[in-house]
Design a protein around this ligand. Structure first.
Ligand code: KG4
Ligand code: ZN
Length: 347
């Protein structure tokens, strides 16, 4: 950070999907403010995020979020050391709003600009629980991704397994929709699951395969076929049992594969992150399983930081700052950004 500054303050931006968020983070692990303007209500009537609607909301919200984030943190632009922004992966139009706002603030106030990978941000939400110790493993489960990420060091990410089709959150949202639950359905399906039993025994795809990949589309189809068949014969299925059966199949596969990955890649910490990391069934299961893995601690992202937010972007930005990973004004949104940029500065 600058020689005169003692506080190490980063203004972080996140706008990759349907939350506009700006945060002020001190030293990479202290949240001074984390403003999140959610657009969920606007997208609910469409049953999912409409990219064009998301972009328009980001434009309306972003300057208000900046003002609020600075005010709540009780700092001005002059106090800042750097600006950080999610530049991918995500919706291109949505990303562009955050990237443009961050570039503008960086240029106007002569601050370095730190490009942040959204998925790295999700993992680094764990920093608000305890310092990350390497090597570490992350189970990253969100609406767009389901990945096992091995991290030998703080700026190195190796995807050792990922979904071959739907992400876990996407599957939650789709089966939720079949049961009449508003988007995003994960939280409600999770609540229902706790009131039912696994009576349907849905398939656990790829559970026994000798790799760390996942697949959720077969489970989703099995769920939809079961409910359609019941509709056709006029049978009413118990929604709590349906939810419990679906959740048990998801949690079984996620937990089994993760446990197997930990055997091959011994780590100090297993980090659970991403929107689906808020799932109580998954948190409880991993708590129980990890108790029997000596030397590996489970670090669960705080519930309020599992969904998209700028605090997690600021947490990783501090690492990128130390590694001098900076971008210039040519930084662009990269909707399919992958992890491998992290080891090298952005060209
Ligand atoms: O990480 P996130 O906020 O956005 C993406 O980057 O995708 O994840 C959103 C996803 C949605 O699919 C939502 O249904 C799911 O996280 N989700 C949950 C729970 N809370 C949110 N899924 C299962 N159980 C939950 N409690
Ligand atoms: Zn996300």
């Amino acid at each position: 950070m600058s020689p005169t500054s003692k506080r190490n303050l980063i203004l972080a931006f996140e706008s990759s999907c349907d939350e506009t968020s700006v945060a002020v983070i001190e030293d990479g692990h202290q949240i001074l403010s984390n403003i999140v303007a959610t657009q969920i209500k606007s997208h609910q009537r469409f049953g999912g995020v409409v990219p064009e609607v998301a972009s328009r909301h980001h434009i309306e919200e972003i300057t208000i979020c900046i003002k609020d984030a600075l005010a709540e943190a009780n700092v001005t632009y002059d106090d800042l050391d750097a600006v950080a922004v999610t530049y991918g992966p995500g919706l291109v139009g949505a990303l562009l709003i955050g990237v443009t706002a961050a570039k503008t603030v960086a240029f106007a106030h002569n601050l370095p600009l730190i490009p942040v990978n959204h998925m790295a941000g999700h993992i680094y939400a764990a920093r608000y629980v305890e310092p990350i110790e390497f090597p570490a493993m992350a189970l990253l489960v969100s609406g767009g991704h389901t990945e096992l990420v091995y991290m030998p060091a703080e700026n190195q990410f190796e995807i050792i397994g990922e979904t071959r089709d739907d992400a876990a959150g996407e599957a939650y949202d789709k089966v939720g929709r079949v049961m009449g639950v508003n988007y995003p359905a994960g939280k409600t399906v999770d609540e229902w699951a706790h009131q039912g039993h696994d009576t349907f025994n849905f398939p656990r795809a790829m559970d026994k395969d000798d790799n760390f990949d996942f697949s959720f589309s077969g489970l989703k189809s099995a769920f939809i076929n079961t409910t359609h068949h019941a509709d056709q014969v006029g049978e009413t299925l118990d929604k709590h049992d349906l939810a419990a059966s679906f959740q048990q199949a998801v949690v079984d596969v996620l937990a089994d594969k993760t446990l197997r990955a930990l055997k091959q890649y011994p780590v100090h910490q297993l980090i659970l992150a991403g929107g689906v990391a808020a799932n109580h069934g998954l948190r409880e299961r991993l708590d129980a399983e990890l108790a029997a893995v000596p030397g590996t601690r489970l670090v669960k992202a705080p519930l309020k930081l599992c969904g998209d937010n700028a605090a997690m972007i600021g947490a990783f930005a501090e690492v990128a700052y130390r590694h001098q990973v900076f971008a210039d004004a040519t930084l662009n949104a990269d909707p399919s950004l992958e992890f491998d940029w992290v080891a090298d500065p952005v060209k």
